[in-house]
Design a protein around this ligand. Sequence first.
Ligand code: DOR
Ligand code: ZN
Length: 431
Amino acid sequence: MAGERPMSKPLLIVGGTVVDPAAKRDGRFDVLIEDGLIADVHPSLKALDGVDVIDAKGKLVLPGFVDLHVHFRQPGREDKETIETGSQAAARGGFTAVCPMPNTDPVVDHGGAVEWVTHEARRVGLVDVHPIGALTKGQHGQELTDFGELFDAGCAALSDDGKPLINPLLMRRALEYSKVFGRPVIQHAEDPSLSAGGVIHEGVVSTTLGLRGIPAESEATIVARDLALVALTGGWLHVAHVSCAESVELIRHAKRQGAHVTCEVTPHHLALTHEAVEGFRTEAKVNPPLRGDDDRLALIEGLKDGTIDCIATDHAPHTDWEKDADFDTAPFGISGLETAFGVCVTTLIEAGHLSWGQLVQSLSINPSRIAGINGHGLVKGQPANLTLVDPKATWIVDPKQFVSKGTNTPFAGARLSGRVVKTIRQGTVIG
Ligand code: DOR
Ligand code: ZN
């Protein structure tokens, strides 16, 4: 939900390269912002008196990133993250809008809770926050929530993320409702009986380390089941954090058949494999787990051919004391907002897999469409939500510098290419 539009000074961004495939722009443009809106995008604009100027020479000017999947932990675990610190981390990472998951304490499973989250996000006033409500009451998987109430309160989608919705009849009904409301049901695709208390991908690393493994089939069997229910209902399924080749192939096939399915992949699943866990590194413990290199390459291929619609961080901050536990006990999750862009540039652009236009499509245009955010893009008259990046900058990840409370990252010490320079929401610099 957007906050009040601030009346800021006009702002002129000069000398940058605008990349916005939705507006079919890829080239040298100046961008004028007035009253929080894009007033003009033109190859050459003059700075009039009273206009603040940002020199964007050598920088790319992109539509603000949208993250469909974050965990802000408030209410309940403010020691891990708050809406305020999460918003700060999002702004630092180039995101102008985020969708927090409902697995807080209490769970965001009714209209009042959604309103509380949006109210707090507005008080913080940094990024736009479009909450995701729970699919089932208390995320217990037993009884569906009141979808009408949750969507009326402003939810972008519904999900029991962190847990799968296993009951097939409830999933069928949820998909039927998704059609009525025109908003997606987001599934954390995992069969807990197949995961069987696993803590890492089932493969050579799990065997070597003597850790219980989670087979790829734990995800793929639920994806296959849900796609069958999409075919039955005509509902809209969005698969969260796809992690394995089998799921990509199932979704590719379903899309070819015309199914209403969308999906996301995380930067860590694109960049890393289960080898990152070697040495019992709990920073790399995440659910779904980092998998093999064949899976990783299949995810990249899925992103390239449009099977995977977008990149979402699954920003999952945890305290150091929890992550410092033994591997079985430490919680799943990676603090991802502040490294997402650099990881994507390094893994996808530098390695020659994606063009800048495709990356903008994945980080900005497609997720905004899935979240139901209207008028996203660098177009006259739209809210001025944009991200300035230095495509050439290289930097070393230092979690101590994070504004997120979660310093749990497997990228600590990594050298990344591509850095967010400024994030602008509704004409105001927020990060
Ligand atoms: O790694 C994860 N962390 N996966 C999830 O599904 C939940 C998340 C969390 O909430 O920490
Ligand atoms: Zn999640």
